[in-house]
Write a protein that binds this ligand. Structure first.
Ligand code: PGA
Length: 252
């Protein structure tokens, strides 16, 4: 059985007080069992948000991480630094990182390996552009990205990975993949993971959907067999909508 996950990707939003207030509201109102709730604030807010969540079951994620433990990488944040702040998860390979910061599949893989070595659970993002979907290249693209991100992992490491299918055309656009479109990709990717590792690893790996997830569309998405939760941007920035998403996931 895969426990449903609602992970809020706050992206580059909120001031410290706002982030703390949001974390507190989510921490106090989200269901305490049957769903894993995660929030990912910007790195400068991790420490304050960790404090605000200390008494709650909501867990903390970073939005990115460098693969090196320390060194001359101006502007970057290393795993051991995140560890000190009670961070348990790290979003890696988000399409915004790939698109605006030129992150390559090879770099995503280095980060995934480094995160696993440091006992984080990586939330590894992949997804196709509209052009790739319209020209029938969705499966080729997502298979390539997932195989590249998971390259060199042992089965034990793979067991700690969370995948997030985020069609680029659905992120922040208000357009959501239909439950059937998403399910098709999720089931395809689960088969790839099964081929690459084994069936039981594939069956236990959470695969989240991301891209304009809202309380009104989440129920139908998460009802699909291979959709195990959501990686949520916009709708994770309000206590009410985050909590509603967590309740929907809790009730599947
Ligand atoms: P969105 O973002 O929910 O605002 O579309 C999702 C994401 O990019 O993780």
């Amino acid at each position: 059985m895969r426990t449903p996950i609602v992970a809020g990707n706050w992206k580059m939003n909120l001031g410290t007080d706002e982030a703390v207030e949001l974390a507190r509201g989510i921490g106090e109102n989200a269901p305490t069992n049957g769903v894993t709730c995660i929030v990912a604030p910007v790195s400068v807010h991790l420490s304050s948000v960790a404090e605000a969540l200390a008494a709650s079951p909501v867990l903390l994620s970073a939005q990115n991480m460098h693969w090196a433990d320390s060194g001359a990488y101006t502007g970057e944040v290393a795993g051991p630094m995140l560890k000190e702040l009670a961070v348990r998860y790290v979003i890696l390979g988000h399409s915004e990182r790939r698109q605006y910061f030129g992150e390559t599949d090879e770099e995503v893989n280095r980060k995934v390996l480094s995160a696993l070595e440091q006992d984080f659970r990586p939330i590894v993002c992949f997804g196709e552009t509209l052009e790739e979907r319209e020209s029938g290249r969705t499966e080729a693209k997502v298979e390539f990205q997932v195989r590249a991100a998971l390259s060199g992992l042992t089965v034990e490491q793979a067991e700690r990975v969370i995948l997030a299918y985020e069609p680029i055309w659905a992120i922040g656009t208000g357009k959501t993949a239909s439950p059937q479109q998403a399910q098709q990709v999720h089931s395809f990717i689960r088969d790839i993971v099964g081929e690459r590792f084994d069936r039981s690893t594939a069956n236990s790996m959470p695969i989240l959907y991301g891209g304009s997830v809202k309380p009104r569309n989440f129920g139908d998405l998460i009802d699909e067999k291979d959709i195990d939760g959501g990686l949520v941007g916009g709708a994770s920035l309000k206590v009410d909508s985050f909590v509603e998403l967590a309740r929907i996931a809790h009730s599947v």
